[in-house]
Design a protein around this ligand. Sequence first.
Ligand SMILES: Cc1cc2nc3c(=O)[nH]c(=O)nc-3n(C[C@H](O)[C@H](O)[C@H](O)COP(=O)(O)OP(=O)(O)OC[C@H]3O[C@@H](n4cnc5c(N)ncnc54)[C@H](O)[C@@H]3O)c2cc1C
Length: 434
Amino acid sequence: MADERFDAIVVGAGPAGAAAALTMASQGLKVAMIDRGEFPGAKNLFGGVLYRKQLEDIVPEFWKEAPLERVVVEQRLWVLGEDSAVTFGHRNERYKEPPNAWTGLRVKFDQWFAAKAEKAGALPIYETVVTDLIREDGRVVGVRTDREDGDLYANIVIVADGVNSLLGKALGVHREWDPSEVSLAVKEIIALPKEKIQDRFNLEGNEGCTIEFVGDMHGMAGLGFLYTNQDTLSLGVGVMVNELQKNKIKPYQLLDAIKQHPSIRRLIAGGEVKEYAGHLIPEGGFSSMPKLSGDGWMICGDAAQMVNAVHREGTNLAMTSGKLAGEAAVQAHAVGDYGAGTLKQYDQKVKASFIHPDLKKYRGLHGLMAGEDAAKLFGEFPQALNEAAYEMLLVDGVTKKEKQSQALHRLRDVAGGNMDLIKLGLKGWRAMNG
Ligand SMILES: Cc1cc2nc3c(=O)[nH]c(=O)nc-3n(C[C@H](O)[C@H](O)[C@H](O)COP(=O)(O)OP(=O)(O)OC[C@H]3O[C@@H](n4cnc5c(N)ncnc54)[C@H](O)[C@@H]3O)c2cc1C
């Protein structure tokens, strides 16, 4: 590999890296795309829902060829009590045409997406770990890999190495995340016959359904998910790392407990666990986003904390940021200037895209999830809501007015009083609105 020189090196062939490599290679740049996996996606994990809009901007009509599972027509949110659930959701035929989102499996999807970049001309270098950046006069000029003679040089290095971003740390834009800035998720893939999935989730043909759930996680700030694939289900839970440390609980214990919940148990009954894996999710949001570019480098996707946890969007932010970094590199290549001043246009492009305003909108959420109210919001409130719903719907001769008053009392007691309930409501509102 010695003495190889590229216009651009992309580190990481996940959604961000593949999007960047594809964008640059299809504009004629000489691109190397490096990943530590045996193939892209070999070890990557997500929930996962893939969205149309941002990928369509990169690969028009990709759904005609990409390995996707089911078209999401229904999204449900369950607030779990101990043995109960208050449920919300939305189903709409309009999500089919054009499709809004699909369920997917990264091991298939990432390979397909990276292959698009390879077809456009990017050179794949897999099973190779990038261990450091090479700098000259303060400017990034290449990468050091774990291969013999493994130094590679380029005018631009695009860092897309995911949540743990070794290179982000090397750049000094990425510190060791605080346990309150990342959640740890564990996921199982559970095989179940197609017909059973369709019957249990009320689906026809290729239709898919997603369920997200909160509550019944020892009061910890976290979220669970159950998604329908063709003939498997994706079941997982993610909890803030600081909460896991505080409560001395392992995420797989939570997953095992969730599998016993009556609302979940019957949906996965008879299924066979095919895979089990864990992964970190960046949750710091807007306030944890680092500087995005400098002399000879740009950083995108999870490595730059671009995850919208409220809407479980990450792949689309990764793809868009990769594409924007790729476009900035093409422009820099055209003028032959790879300095911070030129690459700053990438920061501006991110600011002008949906990424910046969407993350900004939820900038307060991290504080709420990591703060003192987390136990109330994620533990006591879900239980109180379930109790209130139970009593409201129970026909036992108690008057409806009395029931309503009891329900309000329950919620107020969790908050600590009327004023505290209002304050908590306001905090929640502010956290969700910039
Ligand atoms: C449990 C879970 C559920 C999720 N659910 C969803 C969902 O439903 N929808 C959604 O849109 N998003 C979801 N996300 C978020 C989404 O997975 C990420 O936002 C997205 O994968 C980020 O893409 P990326 O390319 O930035 O990073 P990654 O996908 O992490 O890719 C990084 C790549 O870099 C490679 N790499 C890392 N370090 C090195 C190195 N030193 N040298 C060489 N290669 C390296 C890795 O092998 C990997 O291929 C979920 C995440 C998790 C963990």
